[in-house]
Write a protein that binds this ligand. Structure first.
Ligand code: ZN
Length: 328
């Protein structure tokens, strides 16, 4: 496989970069000894979402190209500009004039796919990844981090069966089927199946800003699951004990804190609950009395549950749980 100036070699990992103006986007290509399909792993479109970087780094470290069929293409840091600027690194300071930097800092890379060759620098970076990688791979995984209450889920384009199958195979407890009207335009995991018919998923993990080893293990297991699903490794994906599918377009009940206090949750994201079961409670800080009880309004599941912030001490108005029916 050729990506820009990188040419993969059987049984090897070749490292290089896609160069877009002053930006070098790091690329690793691991080609197995045997022919097979290709999978693209991408991390860090958003500057604080480091879990995907660590998942990709760990997979690249652990996986032996001798046991792989096909090719794994990895971009652990898709947006080095945002990564550097948001975290106070100086690597691009002399390369991008500060007046251009202000405008570029406002651009959300995951709203501009498939990018534009004559657009701003972020759009050009997306365009380079789209043209040189997305167009020639058989499947795409884009790693993100979310709110603590979203925990860990896969998202795929509703109606694109191969994307949904990829989302299920990854093994997260919840698969969310979304459309391009769900909440924003220009997301890679929605544009690639729509425009290229390439199965694609977005993986949300929490927390952002740091790694936890249980979530890292989930992410690495998920990638191995996909490699098995795509027959790039022998064996079958390890399915979770439970997994539910929900549709973003289905009605959702949103529960908010009516009182301030300590939030206790009794269900996890993707766990089912029968009508009337207690999902979470708010307790007072002084005597730990129950101030608010949230019960399942019908049989269904929690797409999110827990505090919107990282604290379990919640304030009135704060979203504490969402609930919807499981999709068929
Ligand atoms: Zn993100």
């Amino acid at each position: 496989m050729r990506i820009g100036n990188i040419t993969s070699k059987p049984g090897q990992v070749v490292r290089g970069a896609l160069t877009v103006g002053p930006v070098h986007i790091p690329v690793m290509v691991m080609q197995g000894n045997l022919p097979g399909p290709s999978l693209y792993l991408q991390g860090l479109q958003h500057p604080t979402e480091v879990m995907g970087v660590e998942v990709i780094r760990t997979v690249a470290d652990r996986l032996d190209p001798a046991e792989l069929r096909g090719t794994l293409v990895m971009v652990p840091i898709a947006n080095p500009l945002a990564a550097a600027w948001r975290n106070g690194l100086s690597v691009f300071d002399d390369l991008v004039p500060s007046r251009r930097r202000k405008a570029l800092e406002k651009v959300n890379m995951n709203r501009v796919w498939p990018g534009r060759p004559d657009g701003n620098l972020i759009e050009q970076m997306a365009h380079a990844i789209w043209e040189r990688i997305c167009r020639q791979v058989d499947a795409i995984v884009d790693f993100h981090c979310c709110r603590v209450c979203d925990h860990y889920f896969a998202a795929a384009l509703d109606g694109h069966e191969e994307s949904a199958a990829l989302g299920k195979a990854f093994g997260a407890p919840l698969v969310d089927l979304e459309t391009e009207r769900s909440y924003a335009r220009g997301l890679l995991f929605l544009r690639a199946p729509a425009l290229l018919d390439t199965p694609s998923i977005l993986i949300e993990m929490s927390p952002g800003r740091d790694i936890t080893y249980d979530m890292l293990a989930n992410g690495v297991r998920g990638v191995y699951n996909l490699l098995k699903h795509m027959k790039m490794l022998p064996g079958r994906p390890a399915r979770p004990a439970r997994q539910v599918v929900v549709r973003r377009s289905d009605p959702v009940r949103v529960f908010r804190a009516r009182r301030e206090g300590y939030l206790t949750t009794y269900r996890q994201v993707g766990e089912v609950a029968d009508k009337g079961e207690v999902l979470c409670e708010i307790r007072s800080l002084d005597r730990f009395r129950v101030l608010q009880t949230v019960r399942a309004p019908f049989d269904g599941t929690c797409p999110s549950i827990g505090p919107g912030s990282e604290l379990r001490l919640v304030k009135p108005g704060e979203e504490i749980c969402t609930f919807k029916r499981v999709a068929r």
